[in-house]
Structure formats: structure tokens, C-alpha cells
Design a protein around this ligand. Structure first.
Ligand code: NAP
Length: 280
């Protein structure tokens, strides 16, 4: 943008925001690549979202991430929303374009898929049936992105079945909805098991799921990153499955955002993971 602030500022819009590890990642990369700038937290209550978004370009920000409860509410405040984010129904990244207009994206699902590819280069969304647990915002991003990248069969189960049905209706017939009670049967023959519920997170109830029927070659991904290894991932690792945690997702969704804001596609090295681990 003409007259762009050489000190690049990006941040996180949410309510609350204090728990986020995104500042650790982006500030690590800014320092690593010698880019003058800062990633900051913006706690914005719902009634102030419109004023805050109007200020993004005026203040010279490069863009921001968006978390709960603003991921849907921000749609009408943006100049455009890319097709995948529109299909997901949520924005997690905003980029200020050269002309000062605002574009919304959603990198969560693609970040998750990339973290799986990084862990097992032989795996792809079309490698075999996928079981996704959960039907909240994160599950919707994951299922929509898996479908966009060629998944042939996604088994979707959730405690509240109507929410899973809504995702299936939006994404299409590759999504087969199963009652929550059938989640262990649904493990038969899967190439990927993905936990997109909050179960197993620190302070939340455990995920009750026997892995007896999970194929040994299946990948297991958990979107949770606190703790870094959930009981699900520990159990899967013990029986020989390749596992991926939510930190890998967080890093992979951050990469394209950093590139859009600061002009460098960062590498995922052990250093940002260690910086985050130090915050636990
Ligand atoms: P959400 O919209 O609140 O959805 C929560 C999901 O968990 C729903 O499917 C919900 O089922 C299920 N759930 C909660 N308590 C349950 C229980 N007692 N029994 C069965 N199911 C239960 O949250 P979200 O935004 O989708 O996030 C889901 C998880 O992904 C969270 O742990 C979040 O931290 C993680 N996440 C991580 C990243 C990352 O960067 N690593 C990004 C996004 C999300 P109902 O529909 O029945 O309530």
C-alpha cells in the first residue's frame, strides 16, 4: 500500500485472546527473518467489532487473525471473502490489500491437512476413508477443506447430530453422518482419524474412544494443542500410528498469513515449537 508503515503490525481479534499462542509464532518469525514489526493481541468485545475492523486499514495494520466469537460476524465488514472461507462459513485471517481493502480467508482446514502431509508424505485426503469427530467451527473447516482437496469419504460424527448434518448438507454426499455412539465402529478401514472436538483438552472431559478397530497404518490428528499430546494421541502413538497435534495445525495456518502480511513464507523449524512449549 502507498505509504505503508514500514513497521509491520498484525494481530489477533477475539474475545478473549489472552490464551493464544499466535503472538509467539509470528513474533518469532519476525525476529528470525529480521522484519521490523510486531504481532499483538486485540481483545475486542462483539459490540466493538465493527469499529475495530473499520480501523484495521486506517491504522496501517497488515492484517489480523480472527477467533471466537468474530469468525462469522466479520463477514459483512470485509470487502471480499475467498471461496473456501465462504464455504466454511468462517474467516480466520484478514489481509489488508494494497488498495486498503480487506480480504478474508480461512487457513485452518488447509493448515491441518498440511500438518498431516508433513507427518506422513504418503498420506493424502484421497488415501482412504476419514473419520472426523466433532461438528463445531474447526470440524467444518477441516471437512470442507478435505473435500476441496479430494477426499472421497468423510465419516462425520458428533454428540449433536444436527450440527453434523448441517456440515454434510453444505459439503455434499462424500460426508456420511453417523451417531456419536457409533464412533468406534466408524474406525474400520480409515486412513485418518481427526479429533475436532474439545474432548481431551486440558480442563475438559476426556474423549472416550477405544482404538482397537483403528488400522495400524492410519494417521491420527488432534486439533487440540493444550496439552501438546492428548490422551488420544498418546494411545495412538503407543500402538504405532503416526500422530499429529494441534500445534502443527497452528503453525501451518500461520505460514500463509505471515507471507500475506510480511512477504516471506516462513519455514516451520523446531524453534517456534520450542518457544510455544516454553509457554506451557
Ligand atoms: P466448538 O465450535 O465449540 O465445537 C466443539 C466441539 O466439541 C463440538 O463438536 C461439540 O459437540 C464437541 N464437544 C464439546 N464437549 C463435548 C462433550 N462433552 N461430549 C461430546 N462432544 C463434545 O469448537 P471449535 O472451534 O470447533 O474447536 C474444537 C477444538 O479444536 C477445540 O479443542 C479447539 O481448541 C481446537 N482448535 C484448534 C486449532 C489449532 O490451531 N490447533 C484451531 C481451531 C480449533 P456438540 O456440537 O454436541 O456441542
Amino acid at each position: 500500500m502507498a505509504g505503508q508503515n514500514p513497521f509491520g503490525i498484525a494481530g489477533l481479534l477475539g474475545w478473549p485472546v489472552a490464551h493464544s499462542r499466535s503472538p509467539v509464532i509470528h513474533n518469532h518469525w519476525l525476529a528470525h527473518y529480521g522484519i521490523p514489526g510486531r504481532y499483538v493481541l486485540f481483545p475486542v468485545p462483539p459490540e466493538k467489532l465493527e469499529a475495530a475492523v473499520r480501523g484495521i486499514a486506517a491504522l496501517g495494520l497488515r492484517g489480523c487473525n480472527v477467533i471466537t466469537p468474530h469468525q462469522q460476524a466479520i463477514f459483512p465488514l470485509l470487502d471480499r471473502v475467498d471461496d473456501l472461507a465462504r464455504r466454511i462459513g468462517a474467516v480466520n485471517t484478514v489481509v489488508v490489500e494494497k488498495d486498503g481493502t480487506l480480504t478474508g480467508f480461512n487457513n485452518d482446514g488447509n493448515g491441518f491437512i498440511q500438518s498431516l502431509r508433513d507427518a506422513d508424505p504418503k498420506w493424502g485426503p484421497d488415501s482412504g476413508p476419514i473419520l472426523v469427530l466433532g461438528a463445531g467451527g474447526a470440524a467444518r473447516a477441516v471437512v470442507t477443506s478435505l473435500a476441496a482437496q479430494g477426499a472421497k469419504e468423510v465419516r462425520l460424527t458428533n454428540r449433536t447430530l444436527d450440527k453434523a448434518r448441517e456440515i454434510a448438507n453444505a459439503v455434499g454426499p462424500i460426508v456420511k453422518v453417523l451417531p456419536w455412539e457409533q464412533r468406534e465402529d466408524a474406525l474400520d478401514g480409515v486412513a485418518l482419524l481427526a479429533n475436532a472436538t474439545g474432548l481431551g483438552m486440558a480442563g475438559k472431559p476426556p474423549l472416550e474412544l477405544s482404538l482397537n478397530r483403528l488400522p495400524k497404518g492410519a494417521l491420527v490428528g488432534d486439533l487440540i494443542y493444550i496439552p501438546p499430546e492428548t490422551p488420544l494421541l498418546a494411545a495412538a502413538r503407543m500402538r504405532g500410528n503416526i500422530t499429529v497435534n494441534g500445534l502443527a495445525l497452528l503453525l501451518n495456518q500461520a505460514r500463509p498469513a505471515f507471507n500475506a502480511w510480511f512477504g516471506v513464507m516462513p519455514d516451520i523449524t523446531p524453534a517456534p515449537r520450542q518457544a510455544i512449549a516454553a509457554t506451557f
